[in-house]
Design a protein around this ligand. Structure first.
Ligand code: IPD
Ligand code: CA
Ligand code: CA
Length: 255
Protein backbone atom coordinates (compact mmCIF):
# COMPACT_ATOMS: atom_id res chain seq x y z
CA UNK A 1 0.00 0.00 0.00
CA UNK A 2 2.77 2.49 0.91
CA UNK A 3 4.51 1.95 -2.43
CA UNK A 4 1.25 2.62 -4.22
CA UNK A 5 0.76 5.86 -2.30
CA UNK A 6 4.30 6.94 -3.14
CA UNK A 7 3.74 6.09 -6.80
CA UNK A 8 0.63 8.26 -7.09
CA UNK A 9 2.02 11.10 -4.96
CA UNK A 10 4.97 11.35 -7.35
CA UNK A 11 2.71 11.20 -10.41
CA UNK A 12 0.57 13.99 -9.01
CA UNK A 13 3.76 15.87 -8.12
CA UNK A 14 4.82 15.74 -11.77
CA UNK A 15 1.59 17.46 -12.76
CA UNK A 16 2.25 20.13 -10.13
CA UNK A 17 5.85 20.60 -11.21
CA UNK A 18 4.88 20.90 -14.88
CA UNK A 19 2.41 23.66 -13.98
CA UNK A 20 4.86 25.60 -11.81
CA UNK A 21 5.84 28.97 -13.25
CA UNK A 22 3.33 28.71 -16.11
CA UNK A 23 0.33 30.97 -16.57
CA UNK A 24 -2.38 29.34 -14.56
CA UNK A 25 -6.04 29.82 -14.09
CA UNK A 26 -6.69 30.99 -10.51
CA UNK A 27 -10.12 30.91 -8.89
CA UNK A 28 -11.08 32.15 -5.43
CA UNK A 29 -12.75 29.89 -2.88
CA UNK A 30 -13.94 31.65 0.30
CA UNK A 31 -12.05 34.93 -0.27
CA UNK A 32 -9.25 36.55 -2.31
CA UNK A 33 -6.59 34.73 -0.26
CA UNK A 34 -8.06 31.27 -0.63
CA UNK A 35 -7.09 30.08 -4.08
CA UNK A 36 -7.57 27.04 -6.26
CA UNK A 37 -5.87 26.52 -9.61
CA UNK A 38 -6.41 24.12 -12.46
CA UNK A 39 -3.27 22.36 -11.24
CA UNK A 40 -4.83 21.58 -7.82
CA UNK A 41 -7.77 20.10 -9.72
CA UNK A 42 -5.66 18.14 -12.23
CA UNK A 43 -3.48 16.70 -9.45
CA UNK A 44 -6.55 15.69 -7.46
CA UNK A 45 -8.20 14.07 -10.48
CA UNK A 46 -5.10 11.98 -11.14
CA UNK A 47 -5.05 10.77 -7.52
CA UNK A 48 -8.77 10.00 -7.43
CA UNK A 49 -8.64 8.12 -10.75
CA UNK A 50 -5.73 6.07 -9.38
CA UNK A 51 -7.54 5.17 -6.16
CA UNK A 52 -10.72 4.26 -8.05
CA UNK A 53 -8.75 1.97 -10.34
CA UNK A 54 -6.41 0.37 -7.80
CA UNK A 55 -8.64 0.33 -4.71
CA UNK A 56 -12.18 0.63 -6.10
CA UNK A 57 -13.91 -0.04 -2.80
CA UNK A 58 -12.00 2.57 -0.77
CA UNK A 59 -13.49 5.90 0.30
CA UNK A 60 -11.87 9.23 -0.56
CA UNK A 61 -11.83 12.59 1.23
CA UNK A 62 -10.16 15.11 -1.07
CA UNK A 63 -9.85 18.87 -0.65
CA UNK A 64 -11.29 20.06 -3.93
CA UNK A 65 -14.04 17.47 -4.45
CA UNK A 66 -15.13 16.52 -0.93
CA UNK A 67 -15.92 13.06 0.33
CA UNK A 68 -16.95 9.99 -1.61
CA UNK A 69 -18.95 8.19 1.03
CA UNK A 70 -19.08 4.41 0.98
CA UNK A 71 -19.00 1.56 3.47
CA UNK A 72 -15.28 0.81 3.15
CA UNK A 73 -13.15 0.84 6.29
CA UNK A 74 -10.43 2.57 4.25
CA UNK A 75 -10.37 6.31 3.60
CA UNK A 76 -7.83 8.17 1.44
CA UNK A 77 -7.32 11.71 2.72
CA UNK A 78 -5.91 13.82 -0.08
CA UNK A 79 -4.42 17.29 -0.45
CA UNK A 80 -3.47 17.43 -4.14
CA UNK A 81 -1.40 20.61 -3.67
CA UNK A 82 -0.59 21.82 -0.19
CA UNK A 83 0.80 25.32 -0.55
CA UNK A 84 -1.36 26.68 -3.35
CA UNK A 85 -0.56 30.32 -2.48
CA UNK A 86 3.17 29.61 -2.78
CA UNK A 87 2.57 27.73 -6.02
CA UNK A 88 0.47 30.51 -7.54
CA UNK A 89 3.06 33.16 -6.62
CA UNK A 90 6.08 31.19 -7.87
CA UNK A 91 7.49 30.38 -4.41
CA UNK A 92 8.83 26.80 -4.60
CA UNK A 93 7.53 25.27 -1.37
CA UNK A 94 4.50 23.03 -1.82
CA UNK A 95 3.63 19.37 -1.60
CA UNK A 96 1.22 16.57 -2.38
CA UNK A 97 -0.12 14.99 0.80
CA UNK A 98 -1.89 11.62 0.94
CA UNK A 99 -2.86 9.72 4.09
CA UNK A 100 -4.76 6.45 4.26
CA UNK A 101 -6.93 5.60 7.22
CA UNK A 102 -8.38 2.26 8.25
CA UNK A 103 -11.35 2.44 10.62
CA UNK A 104 -10.46 6.04 11.45
CA UNK A 105 -6.77 5.44 12.21
CA UNK A 106 -4.06 6.57 9.83
CA UNK A 107 -2.07 3.56 8.66
CA UNK A 108 0.10 5.15 5.98
CA UNK A 109 1.07 8.62 4.85
CA UNK A 110 3.14 10.27 2.16
CA UNK A 111 4.10 13.92 1.74
CA UNK A 112 5.89 14.66 -1.51
CA UNK A 113 7.96 17.86 -1.49
CA UNK A 114 7.66 18.49 -5.20
CA UNK A 115 10.47 20.95 -5.95
CA UNK A 116 13.04 19.24 -3.73
CA UNK A 117 11.93 15.81 -4.96
CA UNK A 118 11.74 14.44 -1.42
CA UNK A 119 9.24 11.75 -0.46
CA UNK A 120 8.44 11.69 3.24
CA UNK A 121 6.66 8.47 4.14
CA UNK A 122 5.48 6.42 7.08
CA UNK A 123 3.48 3.37 7.91
CA UNK A 124 1.94 2.92 11.32
CA UNK A 125 4.55 1.21 13.53
CA UNK A 126 7.19 1.22 10.80
CA UNK A 127 9.13 4.46 11.38
CA UNK A 128 9.36 7.53 9.13
CA UNK A 129 11.50 8.03 6.06
CA UNK A 130 12.80 10.74 3.77
CA UNK A 131 13.59 9.30 0.34
CA UNK A 132 13.96 5.90 1.99
CA UNK A 133 16.28 7.07 4.78
CA UNK A 134 15.02 6.82 8.33
CA UNK A 135 14.33 10.20 9.98
CA UNK A 136 13.75 11.21 13.54
CA UNK A 137 12.96 14.33 15.51
CA UNK A 138 15.78 16.29 17.11
CA UNK A 139 16.69 16.03 20.79
CA UNK A 140 16.53 19.69 21.77
CA UNK A 141 14.77 20.13 25.08
CA UNK A 142 14.84 23.92 25.45
CA UNK A 143 12.24 26.20 23.89
CA UNK A 144 14.79 29.07 23.84
CA UNK A 145 16.90 27.00 21.42
CA UNK A 146 13.98 25.89 19.23
CA UNK A 147 13.22 26.88 15.66
CA UNK A 148 9.45 26.83 15.23
CA UNK A 149 7.09 26.95 12.29
CA UNK A 150 3.47 27.99 11.91
CA UNK A 151 0.88 28.99 9.35
CA UNK A 152 -2.28 31.06 9.26
CA UNK A 153 -5.78 30.15 8.13
CA UNK A 154 -7.34 31.96 5.17
CA UNK A 155 -9.87 33.65 7.46
CA UNK A 156 -7.09 35.21 9.57
CA UNK A 157 -8.47 38.72 9.06
CA UNK A 158 -11.69 37.83 10.93
CA UNK A 159 -10.46 34.97 13.05
CA UNK A 160 -10.58 35.83 16.77
CA UNK A 161 -8.28 33.00 17.87
CA UNK A 162 -5.18 34.97 18.97
CA UNK A 163 -2.95 33.62 16.20
CA UNK A 164 -0.88 36.81 16.16
CA UNK A 165 -0.58 37.06 19.95
CA UNK A 166 0.66 33.47 20.02
CA UNK A 167 2.96 34.15 17.08
CA UNK A 168 4.56 37.07 18.92
CA UNK A 169 4.91 35.23 22.22
CA UNK A 170 6.39 32.09 20.66
CA UNK A 171 8.75 34.11 18.47
CA UNK A 172 10.08 35.84 21.58
CA UNK A 173 10.29 32.61 23.58
CA UNK A 174 12.18 30.64 20.90
CA UNK A 175 15.16 31.04 18.61
CA UNK A 176 12.89 31.90 15.71
CA UNK A 177 9.67 31.26 13.86
CA UNK A 178 9.21 30.37 10.19
CA UNK A 179 6.09 30.37 8.04
CA UNK A 180 6.57 28.09 5.03
CA UNK A 181 3.07 27.89 3.57
CA UNK A 182 2.63 24.12 3.37
CA UNK A 183 1.39 22.54 6.59
CA UNK A 184 2.24 19.04 5.34
CA UNK A 185 5.87 20.09 4.85
CA UNK A 186 5.85 21.81 8.26
CA UNK A 187 5.08 18.45 9.92
CA UNK A 188 7.87 16.77 7.94
CA UNK A 189 10.44 19.38 8.93
CA UNK A 190 9.69 18.63 12.57
CA UNK A 191 9.91 14.92 11.75
CA UNK A 192 13.37 15.24 10.21
CA UNK A 193 14.70 17.35 13.08
CA UNK A 194 15.04 20.66 11.24
CA UNK A 195 12.26 22.34 13.23
CA UNK A 196 11.47 21.62 16.87
CA UNK A 197 7.79 22.51 16.88
CA UNK A 198 4.79 23.45 14.74
CA UNK A 199 1.42 24.91 15.71
CA UNK A 200 -1.55 26.09 13.70
CA UNK A 201 -5.30 26.65 13.96
CA UNK A 202 -8.04 25.69 11.52
CA UNK A 203 -6.14 23.16 9.50
CA UNK A 204 -8.13 20.62 7.53
CA UNK A 205 -7.94 16.80 7.64
CA UNK A 206 -5.99 16.70 4.35
CA UNK A 207 -3.37 19.10 5.80
CA UNK A 208 -2.92 16.91 8.87
CA UNK A 209 -3.45 13.24 7.98
CA UNK A 210 -0.14 12.17 6.37
CA UNK A 211 2.12 14.67 8.18
CA UNK A 212 0.82 13.72 11.61
CA UNK A 213 1.64 10.04 11.09
CA UNK A 214 5.07 10.86 9.64
CA UNK A 215 5.90 13.04 12.64
CA UNK A 216 4.63 10.51 15.17
CA UNK A 217 6.59 7.73 13.48
CA UNK A 218 9.69 9.94 13.68
CA UNK A 219 9.29 10.14 17.47
CA UNK A 220 7.32 13.38 17.62
CA UNK A 221 3.97 14.21 19.17
CA UNK A 222 0.84 15.90 17.80
CA UNK A 223 -1.82 17.08 20.25
CA UNK A 224 -4.32 19.84 20.84
CA UNK A 225 -3.16 22.98 22.65
CA UNK A 226 -3.96 21.34 26.00
CA UNK A 227 -1.88 18.24 25.26
CA UNK A 228 -4.96 16.14 24.50
CA UNK A 229 -4.82 13.56 21.73
CA UNK A 230 -6.48 14.68 18.52
CA UNK A 231 -7.70 13.24 15.27
CA UNK A 232 -7.37 14.70 11.77
CA UNK A 233 -10.60 16.68 12.19
CA UNK A 234 -9.29 18.74 15.11
CA UNK A 235 -8.87 22.43 14.49
CA UNK A 236 -5.94 23.28 16.75
CA UNK A 237 -2.72 21.36 16.47
CA UNK A 238 0.48 21.51 18.45
CA UNK A 239 3.28 19.33 17.10
CA UNK A 240 6.80 18.92 18.39
CA UNK A 241 9.84 16.77 19.00
CA UNK A 242 8.08 15.80 22.26
CA UNK A 243 10.79 17.25 24.52
CA UNK A 244 9.66 20.89 24.24
CA UNK A 245 5.95 20.10 24.15
CA UNK A 246 5.15 21.24 27.70
CA UNK A 247 7.12 24.47 27.24
CA UNK A 248 5.19 25.17 24.03
CA UNK A 249 1.90 24.50 25.80
CA UNK A 250 2.76 26.92 28.58
CA UNK A 251 3.20 29.79 26.14
CA UNK A 252 0.41 28.93 23.74
CA UNK A 253 -2.16 28.65 26.53
CA UNK A 254 -1.55 32.15 27.87
CA UNK A 255 -4.01 33.34 25.22
C1 IPD B 1 -2.71 25.65 3.32
C2 IPD B 1 -1.26 25.43 3.70
C3 IPD B 1 -0.79 26.52 4.65
C4 IPD B 1 -1.68 26.65 5.87
C5 IPD B 1 -3.13 26.82 5.45
C6 IPD B 1 -3.56 25.67 4.55
P1 IPD B 1 -3.53 24.82 0.88
O1 IPD B 1 -3.15 24.60 2.47
O2 IPD B 1 -1.08 24.19 4.32
O3 IPD B 1 0.52 26.25 5.12
O4 IPD B 1 -1.24 27.72 6.63
O5 IPD B 1 -3.92 26.85 6.62
O6 IPD B 1 -4.92 25.81 4.21
O7 IPD B 1 -4.77 25.66 0.86
O8 IPD B 1 -2.38 25.45 0.22
O9 IPD B 1 -3.81 23.40 0.46
CA1 CA C 1 -3.63 22.21 2.44
CA1 CA D 1 -4.56 22.17 -1.17
Amino acid sequence: MLNKIIEIAKEAGEIVQEGFGKTINIEFKTNESNLVTQVDKASEKRIIDFVKKEFPTHGILAEESGETKNSSEYLWVVDPLDGTTNFAHGFPIFSVSIGVQKKGLTIAGVVYDVMQDIVYSAESGGGAYSNGNKIKVNSNDLLQRALLVTGFPYNIAENPENAFERFTALTKASRGMRRLGSAAIDFCYVANGVFDGFWEIYLHPWDICAGKLILEEAGGIVTGFGGESIDIFSNKILASNNRIHNQLMEVINKF
